[in-house]
Ligand binder design. Structure first.
Ligand SMILES: NC(=O)c1ccc[n+]([C@@H]2O[C@H](COP(=O)([O-])OP(=O)(O)OC[C@H]3O[C@@H](n4cnc5c(N)ncnc54)[C@H](O)[C@@H]3O)[C@@H](O)[C@H]2O)c1
Length: 255
């Protein structure tokens, strides 16, 4: 039987990159997917790919830095599908390796809104919905190896990715141990996606720390590698996995 048969999922940032790979993989395993991204063309391309493969998806254009839009997105899953089983907070941006000295209030806010506030807002809406369902629900937040090492991004990125681990563990402890909502983190290493192209003006001081960690030669994963790891965490096979951080980095942080 398909591993996500009968389940519904929201995946933010699923118009491209690893979010798109997750959407395709989850749909292949029987989930109905609410494909959400601020990139309208990306949303359409993901929905088309899922439909062409015989899966079920609904497209949604949402900018997750907008709190009201995030709230509407979560409730849209209920309207479209009648229930919400899986929420993946994947949409994220990087910060040009800006250090604590070169980051501005504006650059800091931009990163924190998308990488941290958006998961907070969506989880705040999703947890009560999931708690009220007989079979509960699953949250998967996408962090990074920058979520527990200092030099894998700029100050705002590293802060946001550390914080999202804390948020997830708090949800796991509060609503998962005796409740119905499992919450876990996937922490990718270096994955080949479009995100690298958004590093347009890297701070050389910030980049030095990445270089020192072997970052310029780190193992390279694919979106599909991340989708397989994510699939495990959101599936019932991981029913006893709650509050965990799964590192998928090809061993980069084992070096
Ligand atoms: N690629 C890597 O090496 C890597 C490593 C560690 C963690 N991550 C994390 O994985 C996640 C996915 O990254 P990716 O590599 O697939 O990047 P990507 O740039 O290929 O895809 C990110 C998607 O998020 C969307 N997005 C960005 N801001 C948004 C917003 N405000 N509202 C809605 N959608 C928005 C983009 O349009 C894009 O489709 C991010 O959270 C990122 O921090 C990536």
């Amino acid at each position: 039987m398909a591993r996500l048969a009968g389940k519904t999922a929201i995946i933010t940032g699923s118009g491209n990159g690893m979010g798109k790979a997750m959407a395709l993989r989850f749909a292949q395993e029987g989930a109905q997917v609410l494909v959400s991204d601020r990139d309208e063309a990306g949303v359409q391309a993901t929905v088309d790919a899922i439909t062409a493969a015989g899966g079920k998806a609904v497209g949604d254009v949402t900018d997750v830095s907008d709190e009201a839009a995030v709230k509407a997105l979560v409730h849209r899953a209920e309207t479209e599908f009648g229930h919400l089983d899986i929420l993946v907070n994947n949409a994220g941006i990087v910060d040009n390796f800006k250090t604590v000295v070169s980051a501005t209030d504006e650059s800091w806010d931009k990163v924190l809104k998308i990488n941290l506030y958006a998961p907070f807002w969506s989880c705040r809406e999703a947890v009560p919905i999931m708690e009220a369902q007989e079979n509960g629900g699953v949250i998967l937040n996408i962090s990074s190896v920058g979520g527990f090492f200092g030099g894998r991004g700029g100050a705002a990125y590293v802060t946001s990715k550390h914080a999202v681990i804390g948020l997830t563990r708090n949800i796991a402890a509060t609503y998962g141990v005796k409740g119905k909502v499992r919450a876990n983190v996937l922490a990718p290493g270096s994955v080949v996606t479009n995100i690298g192209a958004t590093i347009t003006d890297p701070d050389p001081v910030g980049q030095k720390a990445l270089q020192a960690s072997g970052g310029f030669e780190s193992p390279q994963g694919s979106g599909e590698d991340m989708a397989d790891a994510a699939l495990y965490l959101v599936s019932d096979e991981a029913k006893f996995v709650n509050g965990s951080v799964l590192v998928a980095d090809g061993g980069w942080t084992a070096l």
